[in-house]
Design a protein around this ligand. Structure first.
Ligand code: MF3
Ligand code: CO
Ligand code: CO
Length: 258
């Protein structure tokens, strides 16, 4: 595996693109309401990015037809925005946006809810966010990539949930998906070591039931839980610094730069 160490110029470009991706999720929040279609949200996201000089990375990526992924309820990831998918009360959804700005990629996603959701759904979302936080805490020079997945899996399973292992985080920035593959289940102190200048995502998908997914045979993208139980996901793009990390897509300043 060849993990790029980004130059100062690349880091600045990836930081800008990542900030725009984060801002896109802030922008879309008030539009997420009962009765709107995921196609409508996709159009708003497309326009927001293009008006700011960016290109949505998912559009035409390996044939993906839309400008973001919107994954409802039992959809684990890669949900295709559609006029037929109308938000209703009690839905939970992940919106995943990836920007290309001046050639650099930024990738982030988070959960949203429509009206009141079940207590189990709320817990799943809370635990999944905490899984991302625990992963982020493991990002510092000379730590092993495996420790990200070790702590995510330990916590998710302690809460009665399971971790999707068929999709992973990834290096990002110069391309959409670079080395390394960032596993959300791993052994302690396994894999390569993190070095300053590496940039990658952590994006745990956590399931209420079984961890396996099935990909829709019709559209070739939509990944659902095998048991049709709920799934949740959060994603950030991270830079390894000399002493810790910077969450490049964190526009709400939830995380300190270390
Ligand atoms: N944004 C997703 C990720 O986190 C990838 C989506 S690829 C697509 O890696 F083609 F499905 F859009
Ligand atoms: Co990603
Ligand atoms: Co993403």
């Amino acid at each position: 595996m060849n993990i790029l160490i980004k130059t100062a110029e690349q880091i600045e470009g990836i930081r800008k693109s990542s900030q725009l991706a984060g801002e896109t999720l802030l922008y879309i929040e008030p539009f997420i309401k009962e009765g709107v279609s995921t196609e409508y949200l996709d159009g708003m996201i497309h326009q927001y990015m293009v008006e700011r000089g960016a290109v949505p990375a998912t559009l035409d990526y390996n044939g993906f037809p839309k400008s973001c992924c919107i994954s409802l309820n039992e959809v684990v990831c890669h949900g295709i925005p559609s006029v037929k998918t109308i938000l209703k009360k009690g839905d939970i959804l992940n919106v995943d946006v990836t920007t290309i700005l001046d050639g650099f990629f930024g990738d982030t996603s988070r959960m949203f809810t429509v009206g009141e959701v079940s207590q189990e759904a709320e817990k799943l979302i809370r635990v999944t966010k905490q899984c991302l936080n625990l992963g982020i805490q493991q990002v510092f020079p000379d730590n092993y990539f495996g420790n990200i997945g070790y702590f995510i899996n330990r916590y998710a399973t302690s809460q009665g949930f399971s971790v999707v292992y068929e999709f992973c985080g990834h290096g990002v920035g110069v391309e959409f998906h670079e080395d390394p593959q960032v596993d959300h289940i791993a052994r302690k102190n396994s894999g390569q070591k993190m070095k300053p200048g590496m940039i990658f995502t952590i994006e745990p998908m956590i399931n209420e039931g079984k961890p396996r997914v099935k990909v829709d045979q019709q559209d070739g993208w939509t990944a659902r839980t095998v048991d049709d139980k709920l799934s949740a996901q959060f994603e950030h793009t991270l830079l390894v610094t000399e002493t810790g990390c910077e969450v490049l897509t964190d526009v709400s300043k939830e995380y300190q730069v270390t």
